[in-house]
Design a protein around this ligand. Structure first.
Ligand code: ZN
Length: 147
């Protein structure tokens, strides 16, 4: 019985050693983007920034209190922003995705608030959420790797 146990122990030790030696090189290496992934990320990033670049138009509409146009702009061109941000988020490394998702959601919520503010002709609320949306979008882009 004693001998049998010691054989098991040796076997277990061997298995453990094998597992450790096999898994440690890959486990130690942090996940990185492949060139193909980076290429796709840059394409999606361009899609998001194309809309982000149009945000100043929204600022103009808010400051000139063209409330109907504010709402049309949010539901029209900016309606795509959330979809494009989610698409880009899903191309990120798994560990970067939760934060990106969170920020994308925040941007969306700020747009919803601007829409509500426009409905109630509430300039203060609209401009505050506009500034927040810009800040969040900048934070979002900081999570995106450059080419
Ligand atoms: Zn925010």
């Amino acid at each position: 019985m004693f001998k049998f146990r010691s054989v098991i122990a040796v076997l277990l030790a061997l298995v453990t050693t094998l597992l450790v030696s096999c898994s440690s090189p890959t486990a130690a290496k942090p996940p990185t983007y492949t060139p193909t992934q980076l290429e796709q990320i840059q394409r999606y990033r361009t899609d998001v920034s194309a809309l982000g670049d149009r945000l100043p138009e929204l600022a103009t509409l808010i400051t000139t209190r063209r409330w109907t146009d504010v709402r049309t702009f949010i539901h029209g061109p900016l309606g795509e922003l959330r979809i494009r941000m989610s698409k880009l988020t899903r191309t990120l490394l798994p560990n970067a995705q939760p934060r990106a998702q969170e920020i994308a959601q925040e941007v969306f919520e700020h747009l919803v608030k601007i829409d509500q503010a426009a409905e109630n002709t509430n300039y203060e609320l609209a401009i505050r959420n506009y500034n927040e949306a810009i800040k969040d979008l900048e934070a979002f882009f900081q999570l995106i790797p450059s080419a």
